[in-house]
Design a protein around this ligand. Structure first.
Ligand code: SAM
Length: 244
């Protein structure tokens, strides 16, 4: 199989064609032209063909992809993947799918999966919204994790936040009944936005006894952005919702 390192240009939000610009969806990310280390380049060449799932349109068959039937955890926007690796190592009986648009982050995750000899992780380098819409069957996920998504703090950028009513309805549809959506933010206004948006989805029930935030779950390894937020003196707000 040929390595499928995505062309950054194909993932960027900008386009020279004004007509295409008018119709392109608002995206929650801007793919930075981040530098890939030599090791990450090697990971794309050698490990992507084993752990990567090519971009495409067909529905994914997870039991075929992982070679077994097991609870499936999806992490959206895993960054450099450290928390996904820790989770997968701690739960070998669960399968883990990571979605991230930043190619160096994907390279980093691939390297860590190799070092830890993880068999239960697969990766897609594409927009999570499109992957959920086109490739993930309804009622196929046991957990969805969305940790420290970009807060897009400026008001004119709020429309770029990934947490929107349509996105949450989409996630709810992909969860199995009884499955969970876990989120965290270190930006209080975004945490409040998440609470209000997810709280108004009829298919999801807040797991918080006080109908707001939950304690940090032991299952959540500290992420890179969380550590950065802590250094800046930010708080952290965890949310957990269950699919009815
Ligand atoms: C602020 S970072 C947090 C990364 C990681 N979760 C952490 O806590 O360290 C947000 C990440 O989400 C990714 N991202 C944003 N929108 C995305 C989308 N629609 N699909 C996939 N990844 C996305 C970005 O590339 C970025 O790596």
């Amino acid at each position: 199989m040929s390595p499928a390192k995505p062309d950054s240009a194909a993932l960027t939000t900008a386009s020279a064609d004004p007509e295409a610009l008018r119709h392109r969806p608002i995206r929650s990310f801007v793919v930075r032209a981040g530098r890939m280390t030599g090791a990450q380049e090697r990971a794309w060449r050698e490990l992507w063909p084993v752990l990567g799932i090519e971009n495409g349109d067909g529905m994914l068959d997870f039991s075929r992809i992982f070679g077994r039937q097991a609870p499936l955890v999806l992490e959206i926007g895993f960054g450099n993947g450290e928390s996904l690796v820790a989770l997968a190592a701690a739960h070998p009986a669960h399968d883990h799918l990571g979605l991230e648009v930043h190619p160096p982050g994907v390279g980093h995750l691939l390297l860590r999966c190799d070092t830890e000899r993880l068999q239960n992780v697969r990766v897609i380098c594409d927009d999570a919204v499109q992957v959920l819409q086109r490739r993930v069957p309804d009622a196929s996920l046991d957990q969805v994790l969305l940790y420290f998504p970009d807060p897009w703090p400026k008001k004119r950028h709020h429309k770029r936040r990934i947490v929107q009513p349509e996105f949450i309805a989409l996630v709810a549809r992909k969860l199995k009944s009884g499955g969970t959506l876990r989120m965290a933010s270190d930006w209080q206004p975004y945490a409040e936005h998440m609470l209000a948006t997810v709280g108004s989805c009829d298919l999801l029930r807040n797991e918080s006894a006080t109908d707001d935030y939950v304690a940090r779950p032991d299952s959540r390894p500290p992420t890179r952005f969380e550590c950065r937020g802590q250094r800046l003196g930010h708080g952290v707000w965890d949310l957990a919702f269950r699919r009815i």
